[in-house]
Ligand binder design. Structure first.
Ligand SMILES: [Zn+2]
Ligand SMILES: [Zn+2]
Length: 738
């Protein structure tokens, strides 16, 4: 046993425990017994942004407490992650510093890993990976080709912002007040071919499965519902432009007879059949390339084209005018909808903008509607996955004049991204690199050109939860069919920020696609996470932290001043996961006092020598207090256990602090009764303090373990089994007469 220090020196305690963990490889992923399922706890995947922020600390403190708890309960735990290392923020940071993005990302990752270790997070650091590693992105390319072959990826035109002077497309983030972030030139919109991910085939299943996700918290479920954008209503089949049926939807099932127009999404396949007039076509082209994604969404200003066509509804006195507007997409997805001004405010606004509709309205509503059937629409839609950027996964496609877009054969993967390029923000570095672009067509061997767009990092994220479940040495050969995947997938719990809903939604889609294609056939439900906890962000002074506002709280400074355990405990204690955490030093000071208090109190009791064997009669006098201590401890333990099972760490920490109060209360009562603690009392109290140290360990692991050691636990046994109840030594139980 190391000699106890009565005053709490966080940095010494933490350095000692961290050295022991490293020595013992304490967080290595175990191999569960044959056929047993492991518990894979998935934290959020950090962007390689430079350094950890308080949101990360919140995320990993929750996940780490849960991981340590499950290990103590005897589960085989995998707690691992990888960096989301490709993407625009890294590229922009590298441009600013005039270094290759690969170099910037590596430096960031190393710094962030150091911070995580200093905070004592129990990740399996051997399983950490970067999405920008060749070994990693060759599987992003494999996934692209696999989804392409199965029809889940297609190419279509889309509208993007373009800067003439930088000769590059710009992301929304790079457009400030309509001007280029780099040169402040005015940007314009252009059409260019883009790769899309088809998610619509799985919207219905993603919706249907929500009711089975019992271990998902309410925020995570509500983000899934929001992204789906489900509308329930009816649809009626009307005659379309080519004699084919046109299913028209409305959520106002009881008001169909009052419909006075039909409005189509610009992406609806019927639009082109109707819009034959060159003037109308021109308007539609302008609408489609007119940046409607950036335009106002409200019905008064949303782009609207009257294509001049009408559709006959059997019940209506006049044919219904047909309009085209992206407002349909924003409400119901790429579909056709009835315009019912009497039942719908947005429709009322649209009707007021089109004279033809106003006239039709004046003729009154129709008679009995027949053929209406129940229907559902989802707002969620396919989205583009390619970007004209350097820092991303190269798309494994070769463009050949004769053969078109040809997939790179699997044996030729990866298509390697040159690592020594320093993008400047001007042009597209890949497109200007002959050694990258010029290639023979894999199909006909004629000179051809590589695709020079790269994949958006959202695409990498589709499977960023998979690699941690594969041991590093197996990743090159069998990322998607490694036997360990069956041990760890689906992940038992995702812990992530509440802004991760979009990622998670698309991960759920791709898991289902891979299930149906084959590799993930063993995940029958097609769900990557059987449990999910979303937490809100950490703010300061009631506002989002930003350099600009000067309110950024730096975790390094806090750890330096208070120690990692105090910071971890405070961030858990300060608010429940569903609440935005408005950071202030109050929780920090409270937790600092608490840890110092527990430390000094417990050390002193551990050190005092056991009293002499006592007179059974005197011992019996305080037996009821020892029984009460048992009851308090067991109740506290039961509450803390339940809180941990539900990842409600703020409640758990509160209950840990209460348990400490109870233990102090016990001593006060004994002293009041008999002047001092007898031997049985002291032994009962030490047992309760050891229990306290054990339930503290998931949240403040350094302090918890150091206290267990000070209390006589064997270092080899740490962190030890999660207790089921307070076990008193035989001499201190009951009346002490046995
Ligand atoms: Zn520019
Ligand atoms: Zn060819």
């Amino acid at each position: 046993m190391s000699s106890a220090r009565s005053s709490y020196d966080a940095s010494a305690v933490e350095a000692e425990r961290q050295a022991a963990w490293a020595r013992n490889d304490a967080f290595a992923t175990p191999t569960p017994a044959d056929g047993d399922r492991g518990v894979y706890i998935k934290p959020s995947s950090p962007f390689t942004s430079g350094k950890l922020h308080m949101g990360h600390v919140r995320d990993y403190s929750i996940g780490d407490a849960y991981a340590r708890f499950r290990r103590a309960r005897g589960d085989a735990v995998l707690f691992g992650f990888g960096f989301d290392a490709f993407g625009l923020p890294a590229e922009m940071a590298a441009i600013e510093r005039k270094v290759p993005p690969a170099e910037w990302v590596e430096g960031c990752g190393e710094r962030m890993l150091e911070q995580m270790k200093r905070l004592g997070f129990s990740f399996d650091y051997d399983r950490v990976f970067y999405s920008s590693d060749e070994e990693q992105y060759r599987w992003s390319q494999w996934l692209f080709l696999t989804l392409l072959e199965a029809g889940f990826i297609y190419r279509d035109d889309t509208t993007v912002d373009w800067c003439d002077s930088c000769r590059t497309t710009l992301a929304a983030l790079q457009v400030e007040d309509g001007r280029c972030w780099r040169c402040h030139n005015e940007v314009r919109l252009i059409r260019r071919p883009t790769w899309f991910l088809r998610i619509t085939p799985y919207l219905e299943e993603n919706d249907r499965r929500l009711v089975d996700l019992e271990d998902w918290d309410e925020i995570s479920l509500s983000t899934q519902r929001y992204i789906l954008g489900r509308s329930d209503g009816v649809e009626v089949e009307l005659p379309g432009p080519d004699g084919e049926g046109l299913a028209v939807f409305t959520p106002h099932g009881d008001a169909v007879a009052e419909a006075s127009f039909v409005v189509l999404s610009p992406r609806h396949p019927s639009v082109d059949g109707w819009a034959t007039d060159p003037g109308v076509r021109e308007q539609l082209d302008a609408l489609r390339s007119g940046g409607w994604e950036r335009s106002a969404r409200d019905a008064k200003s949303v782009p609207l084209v009257d294509i001049g066509a009408s559709v006959r509804a059997p019940w209506a006195p006049d044919p219904l005018p047909v309009l085209v507007s992206p407002i349909v997409d924003a409400r119901y997805g790429p579909t056709a909808a009835f315009g019912i001004p009497s039942a719908d405010e947005a429709d009322e606004s649209i009707a007021a903008r089109v004279a033809r509709v106003e006239e039709a309205r004046a003729n009154g509503s129709g008679g009995q509607v027949t053929g209406a059937r129940e229907a559902v629409r989802y707002r969620a839609a396919d989205f583009s996955i390619s970007r004209q950027r350097f820092w991303g996964t190269p798309i494994p496609i070769v463009h050949c004049d004769a053969c078109g877009a040809v997939p790179v054969p699997a044996e030729d993967l990866p298509v390697v991204l040159p690592r020594d390029v320093e993008p400047t923000g001007e042009g597209n570095p890949l497109a200007e690199l002959a050694s990258f672009v010029d290639v023979a067509c894999p199909r006909c061997d004629a000179p051809a050109r590589r695709e020079t767009d790269t994949l958006d990092c959202h695409f990498d994220a589709l499977w960023l939860w998979v690699p941690a479940a594969v041991p590093p040495e197996g990743r090159a050969e069998s990322m998607f069919d490694h036997p360990e995947l069956r041990t760890w997938l689906p992940s038992e719990r995702l812990v992530a920020g509440s802004d991760s809903g979009g990622f998670v939604f698309d991960q759920r889609v791709v898991t289902k696609a891979l299930r149906d294609i084959g590799p993930f056939a063993f995940i029958a439900e097609g769900e990557p996470f059987s449990g999910c906890l979303f937490h809100e962000m950490v703010i300061a002074d009631g506002r989002k932290m930003s350099k600009h506002l000067g309110n950024v709280v730096d975790p390094d400074e806090l750890v330096e001043r208070y120690g990692a355990d105090t910071v971890r405990l405070a961030i858990l204690y300060a608010a429940g996961p569903a609440k935005t955490l408005n950071w202030n030093d109050g929780a920090l000071r409270f937790c600092d006092r608490f840890l110092r208090g527990v430390w000094a109190y417990a050390q002193e009791r551990f050190e005092s020598a056991p009293g002499a064997p006592e007179d059974p009669e005197a011992a019996a006098d305080t037996a009821f207090l020892r029984e009460r201590l048992c009851k308090w401890s067991d109740n506290g333990l039961a509450r803390i256990t339940a809180d941990l099972e539900e990842l409600q760490m703020h409640k758990a920490v509160r209950n840990v602090t209460r348990l400490f109060e109870r233990i102090q209360d016990f001593e006060k009562r004994v002293v009041a009764r008999r002047g001092e603690l007898g031997r049985a009392d002291a032994e009962a109290q030490v047992a309760a303090l050891l229990l306290l140290a054990r339930v503290l360990a998931p949240f403040a692991p350094h302090t918890g373990e150091a206290l267990l050691l000070a209390g006589g636990e064997d270092a080899g046994e740490l962190p030890g089994q999660w207790p089921e109840r307070l076990a008193l030594p035989a001499t201190s139980s009951g009346a002490g007469t046995s």
